[in-house]
Design a protein around this ligand. Structure first.
Ligand code: HEC
Ligand code: HEC
Length: 379
């Protein structure tokens, strides 16, 4: 929490910054307006086919694409937990906890860069890093590929979808990416409203929308059809308490510092996730994370890269207080400042945030085909 003279200073700054905003119409400052979501982009070299999507769906739920055949994509992207994982820090590979909050895979097809700091440039490239990462799937390519070869239904599907004589692991990621491109939601109350259905939003939600685009200025970063500018900011999310208290969480936290190649001094003393810094090694990127979409967030609590905030009201109160504090305060975005929303306005804004989500997306978990020994080729 901000206290004492710092608070006065910040509200003085906020006043100066806020004045022109009240005068400006919604969506000014060249922010793209909120917009209905269309179909996701499909890469030319991985076209969608029903058979490929179905194969990808099975693989997404199949724990054999991982180290000890216990951890599927769906273990951490659970449809009953918003296609994410509803702990602050995600579960990890057995014996570990992850160091970040698991993101929903709903609508991930629209992002230019994936992960909290944009570390993967496509779903096809993201999937292997998830299946192989030591604190995620911890799988090994050749082992996973051999497993696929011993499942006749997969042999048949890889042959017919990709022309593989034997299943190729690279094509498993392509199939999963195709499946993920079907996990989209384009008919939320907000989409319907923006397409002209005026009654799709309640009076309260409309008041919330005006705040979102005006006094609360969320539109500055959460804009366009996905409600994200896909840029990186430090908004002052406090460090995860579990990095202080929980040995397993500390192990992963230290491991990640090492894996991401920070200086020895940082490795020893850093107590918070430096975010974009690990990619760029620029001090001014410390504590910055990709603006996430607000779509489907009704089901994806807790929020932020480390799950520090447990519901949408807490999120709005966090912004209303001018963000929070972390180790990288020098990089706090100047756009984050006390908002002066009263209790009614907080409720209106939360009601509007709920309009970014339609009904929950659920499906039956596919029945997974069993291993079969291969006939002796000499016979
Ligand atoms: C052990 C848990 C775990 C497993 C297993 C796992 N994930 Fe994830 N996933 C996460 C976490 C945590 C993040 C955020 C990590 C980060 O940004 O550093 C994430 C991020 C993602 C994202 C990025 C979404 C966005 O908004 O950018 C996608 C897509 C995704 N996972 C798909 C998959 C797929 C496909 C698989 C299986 C091949 C998989 N995940 C396996 C935990 C997991
Ligand atoms: C300066 C850019 C910026 C502004 C302004 C901003 N946000 Fe965010 N928002 C972000 C970033 C960046 C994150 C992720 C931060 C992190 O994890 O450390 C985020 C995270 C969120 C999340 C969590 C989503 C998730 O999947 O965990 C919600 C909800 C949210 N913002 C709502 C709002 C609302 C409501 C407003 C207006 C009161 C707002 N934001 C203003 C950049 C911004």
């Amino acid at each position: 929490m901000l206290k004492g003279h710092k608070e006065t200073l910040i509200s003085a700054v906020a006043l100066v910054v806020a004045l022109p905003l009240f005068a400006a119409p919604a969506g000014a400052d060249n922010n793209p307006p909120l917009a209905p979501l269309g179909d996701p982009p499909i890469p030319a070299d991985n076209p969608q086919t029903p058979e490929k999507i179905e194969l990808g769906r099975m693989l997404f739920f199949d724990p054999r694409l991982g180290g000890d055949a216990s951890t599927a994509c769906s273990s951490c992207h659970n449809q009953e937990q918003g296609w994410g994982f509803s702990d602050d820090l995600s579960r990890g590979y057995p014996g570990t906890v992850h160091w970040r909050n698991s993101q929903t895979v709903i609508n991930s097809a629209y992002y230019g860069k994936l992960f909290w700091v944009g570390a993967a440039s496509s779903l096809e490239r993201q999937a292997p890093s998830a299946a192989k990462g030591a604190v995620a799937g911890n799988g090994e390519n050749d082992v996973m590929e051999a497993r696929l070869a011993f499942i006749p239904e997969y042999r048949e599907a890889f042959r017919s979808v990709f022309g593989d004589e034997w299943p190729k692991i690279g094509n498993a990621w392509r199939a999963i990416a195709s499946f993920e491109r079907t996990l989209v939601q384009t008919d939320t109350p907000l989409d319907r409203y923006l397409r002209g259905e005026e009654e799709a939003l309640s009076e309260q939600q409309l008041r919330g929308k005006a705040l979102f685009e005006g006094k609360a200025n969320c539109i500055e970063c959460h804009n366009g059809p996905m409600a994200t500018d896909e840029r990186y900011y430090n908004i002052g999310v406090p460090p995860a308490p579990r990095w202080e208290e929980d040995a397993l969480a500390q192990i992963t936290f230290r491991y990640e510092q090492y894996a991401k190649g920070v200086t020895e001094e940082l490795y020893r003393f850093i107590k918070d996730d430096a975010g974009l810094y690990y990619r760029t090694k620029q001090k001014e990127d410390m504590g910055k994370f990709r603006t996430p979409s607000l779509r489907y967030t009704l089901y994806t609590a807790p929020y932020m890269h480390n799950g520090a905030l447990w519901d949408l009201t807490e999120v709005v109160e966090f912004y209303n207080n001018g963000g929070g504090e972390n180790e990288f305060g020098h990089n706090l975005s100047p756009l984050i400042r006390p908002l002066g929303l009263n209790d009614d306005e907080i409720e209106d804004l939360v009601a509007f945030l709920e309009a970014f989500s339609g009904p929950e997306i659920r499906m039956t978990v596919p029945e997974l085909p069993a291993y079969q020994p291969l006939p002796d080729p000499a016979e």
